[in-house]
Design a protein around this ligand. Structure first.
Ligand code: NAI
Length: 327
């Protein structure tokens, strides 16, 4: 039976090769584990500047039919990236109490710039999914870097905002006593404070919420990351829920690659809305990344007001990322 299973699974080539850059971190490790458990992954390439040989050896003992390899330090980036189809990037410094995501820019922008440059060099056709904060600025950093290399494909660059979506489902579910897995709330615009705009009016299934419930839920979703940072008291930001959210997004990307129909997730991608060049909207995923950007859902008056507050902040975040590479 064992040998049957093994020989049956030699169709590995039809599956997906995924690299995690920042694989030894608080997010990187559980995210890598969830990807190791995903049957769509055929090869898992773990890269970090620290500890990857041990993390990869540990994960490689899990009895799944995928190959796990490790690379440590910039000299091994070529080996980590060559042949990869999806690259997830959770490398970088997390928040400490009192910090905003924007405060991370000075440490993390250069990490994202250099890693994305290597992706552009060694696996230019890969789909890139960025976890590193501030996502609102790091995605433009990545885009400008790929443009510099002449390999930018806007269909293949994603900022992961899935944590906002799972939080929205959880908090609505808690409030109404409904299984959160049955609830979907689109969350649009960006991934920091007021740029996180939950679209409660399009919640599926339709759930009756009062204006004050919507306001409270919106504030909680916008500040949920900060809630975790405070409670972790200096030991970092969300890691476990983020790893789960990241694995859901990468799973969706891989199902798109495999040609599964109707795979939709919200993500922060190139999309011009009111002159903000990047924007999180629902995306239909396909073999080459974005199959179709489904655009903004219908918005209530309150949601349009939230966007009015968010757009100037988002535009500033985007410009900061672009200027970092261009000047
Ligand atoms: P962590 O400090 O636990 O791990 C970061 C890892 O990145 C470390 O293993 C470190 O060695 C590695 N690293 C640093 N520089 C690197 C480089 N040049 N190349 C490769 N690896 C490098 O941090 P944690 O908690 O895993 O957070 C990672 C990032 O994810 C942070 O920027 C954080 O703000 C962000 N984040 C994003 C969320 C989202 O919803 N998109 C949610 C939560 C955190």
């Amino acid at each position: 039976m064992l040998s049957f299973t093994r020989s049956f699974s030699t169709s590995r080539r039809a599956l997906v090769k995924v690299a995690v850059l920042g694989a030894s971190g608080g997010i990187g490790q559980p995210l890598s584990m969830l990807l190791k458990l995903n049957p769509l992954v055929t090869e898992l390439s773990l890269y970090d500047i620290n500890h990857t040989p041990g993390v990869a050896a540990d994960l490689s003992h899990i009895d799944r039919n995928s190959f796990t390899k490790s690379a440590k330090g910039p000299d091994q980036l070529k080996a980590a990236l060559t042949g990869m189809e999806v690259v997830v990037i959770p490398a970088g410094v997390p928040r400490k109490p009192g910090m905003t995501r924007d405060d991370l820019f000075s440490s993390n922008a250069s990490i994202v710039r250099d890693l994305v440059d290597a992706v552009g060099n060694y696996c230019p056709k890969a789909i890139i999914a960025i976890v590193t904060n501030p996502v609102n600025s790091c995605v433009p950093v990545a885009a400008e870097m790929l443009k510099k290399r002449g390999v930018y494909d806007p269909k293949k660059l994603f900022g992961i905002t899935t944590l906002d979506l799972i939080r929205a489902s959880t908090f609505v579910g808690e409030l109404k006593g409904i299984d959160p897995m049955l609830i979907q709330v689109p969350v649009i615009c960006g991934h920091s404070g007021e740029t996180i705009v939950p679209v409660m009016s399009q919640c599926k299934p339709k759930i009756k919420l009062t204006d004050s419930e919507i306001c409270d839920l919106t504030k909680r979703i916008q500040n949920a990351g900060t809630e975790v940072v405070k409670l972790k008291a200096g030991a970092g930001s969300a890691t476990l829920a983020m790893a789960f959210a990241g694995s859901r997004m990468v799973d969706a990307i891989m199902r798109g690659i495999k040609g599964q129909s109707n795979v939709i997730e919200c993500s922060f991608v190139e999309y011009n809305y009111e002159e903000a060049q990047y924007f999180s909207t629902p995306i239909l995923l396909g073999p080459n990344g974005i199959e179709k950007n489904l655009g903004l859902p219908k918005l209530s008056k309150l949601e349009r007001e939230l966007l009015k507050i968010a757009i100037p902040i988002l535009k500033k975040n985007i410009k900061k990322g672009e200027d970092f590479v261009l000047t």
